[in-house]
Design a protein around this ligand. Structure first.
Ligand SMILES: Nc1ncnc2c1ncn2[C@@H]1O[C@H](COP(=O)(O)OP(=O)(O)OP(=O)(O)O)[C@@H](O)[C@H]1O
Ligand SMILES: [Mg+2]
Length: 453
């Protein structure tokens, strides 16, 4: 069942229930007060008649007095203490026949349902003792059909019935209107989602009017999610295209050397040597590159770090020792206290420091300095070189994937523009910060801030 229909039916059923309850109460109260009023009127009439009997107690006068007070479908009688009827006038024989006379010493009223002329009729009977009338002992009894009451009851039932029906119709209509208002944004969302499912292309929900309600929040959240999805799709596509582009150059070199060998054979020793050298170095480059690509891809996925206590001083000492041996460059480590402890994934931290040192070596020829410090919040690592530096306007781009300041120069140095991007991702995973300061021609300083233990 559709949710709109459900809301509609439920609200209507609930309203119908309330209305029926109210109608019953109204009906009962109305009937009670009307009957009470009729009773009061009948008592009053009986008392008036008795008052008149005081002055005119002769039998024909009594008969006349009683007749004068007859209303349609009624009888009036005087009943003796022994139960015998002394006087009776009536214009509804059936009525007076069915109700036996009864003597009372205190006044009483009674309501009866009788079948008269094959129809059920409500009858009101009041009995009032006659006192202080000479030669007359008994009680006065008036019985009359409550005809007005019947018609009024019918009218009331009609009014209540019709107004209930009207209320139900109105409730159904307004319920439809209301649930449409509520459901429109939801249907809108469902349509958009179905579109996305069919086409496979992320699509946003169009928001017609700003309402600031839960549905609007839902739509906004959905749109934000789509934004992120689109961003990720784009990033992924960009990465694939950048990566294939990067792989193209070394592959072209390998292919052209292979062609050369195929055309000229293996006789020219010198050329063969050169080709093998080139093919080997380009293949190594491709191998390194694919490793880096995999690294970047894994870092994009918020990987789990193996967090341990790491002493930055000993870590840097061992890295510098290794690099100095291999590259024969002057590298100096400065620190004023030891140990400097952080909680980190040691291998990843080592990778970041090597990325920075590798850049410093590639883009400078002078000495390289590493400073280790610590303040209340952070452990700080600074890698400083005195090389070519980075132009101010390029500083904001160098963390982007595959970004290199000078493409031609970087080809010679063999970079792929992923080092700083990887370093930044790793530092972010450690909830740290990476800043870079550089002056073209005089050098670069990269600063890592890591939460201290
Ligand atoms: N210490 C530095 N001195 C001068 N330029 C630098 C320095 N570090 C980075 N750069 C510039 O920033 C660019 C991006 O650096 P990044 O480390 O991300 O890539 P890469 O060194 O070119 O390649 P990869 O590190 O992937 O081998 C470099 O190409 C270089 O132009
Ligand atoms: Mg680099």
């Amino acid at each position: 069942m559709r949710i709109t229909l459900k809301i509609n039916l439920l609200t209507t059923a609930w309203m119908l229930l309330i209305l029926i309850l109210i109608n019953i109460i109204v009906f009962i109260l109305f009937m009670k007060t009307t009957v009470n009023m009729e009773e009061d009127a009948a008592y009053q009439k009986a008392k008036d008649i008795i008052a008149n009997l005081h002055d005119n107690a002769a039998p024909d006068q009594i008969q006349r007095e009683l007749t004068n007070n007859l209303t349609v479908h009624s009888y009036i009688r005087i009943v003796q203490p022994d139960g015998k009827t002394l006087y009776e006038v009536t214009n509804e024989k059936g009525l007076s026949k069915k109700i036996k006379g009864k003597f009372v010493s205190t006044q009483e009223a009674e309501r009866r349902a009788l079948v008269l002329e094959k129809k059920e009729k409500q009858v009101l009977i009041v009995r009032v003792p006659v006192k202080d009338v000479p030669d007359l002992k008994g009680s006065l009894e008036i019985g009359e059909e409550l005809e007005g009451l019947e018609t009024r009851k019918d009218i009331l039932l009609w009014i209540l019935g019709i107004s209930t029906l009207l209320a139900v119709i109105l409730s159904l209509l307004s319920g439809r209107w209301l649930s449409n208002i509520i459901m429109r944004p939801i249907s809108n969302m469902i349509n958009t989602m179905e579109d996305i499912e069919k086409s496979g292309v992320p699509k946003k929900i169009t928001i017609h009017n700003e309402t600031k309600d839960e549905l609007q929040t839902l739509a906004n959240t959905f749109n934000r999610m789509i934004d992120r999805l689109e961003e990720n799709f784009e990033k992924q596509a960009q990465f694939v295209s950048d990566a294939s582009h990067e792989l193209k150059t070394p592959l072209t070199v390998i292919k052209s050397y292979a062609n050369l060998l195929r055309r000229h054979g293996l006789d020219d020793k010198e050329m063969v040597e050169e080709a093998i050298q080139a093919i080997h170095s380009e293949a190594t480059r491709i191998q390194k590159m694919t490793e880096t690509f995999l690294e970047v891809a894994s870092l994009e996925k918020d990987i789990e770090l193996e967090m341990n206590v790491v002493n930055l001083v000993s870590l840097c000492q061992s890295i510098l020792k290794q690099l100095k041996q291999v590259y024969k460059r002057e590298m100096i480590l400065h620190f004023e206290q030891s140990p400097i402890l952080i909680t980190a994934d040691e291998l990843k931290m080592k990778q970041v420091i090597i990325i920075l040192l590798d850049n410093a070596m590639k883009y400078s020829n002078d000495k390289i300095e590493v400073f280790l410090e610590k303040n209340d919040q952070n452990a700080i690592i600074r890698v400083k070189d005195y090389g070519i530096g980075i132009p101010q306007e390029e500083l904001e781009n160098i963390f982007e994937r595959f970004y290199r300041v000078d493409k031609a120069r970087s080809r010679e140095t063999g970079g792929s523009g992923l080092g700083l991007h990887i370093a930044q991702r790793i530092i972010k995973l450690h909830k740290g910060e990476i800043n870079i300061q550089s002056k073209e021609g005089s050098g670069t300083e990269v600063e890592l801030l890591l939460p201290a233990r």
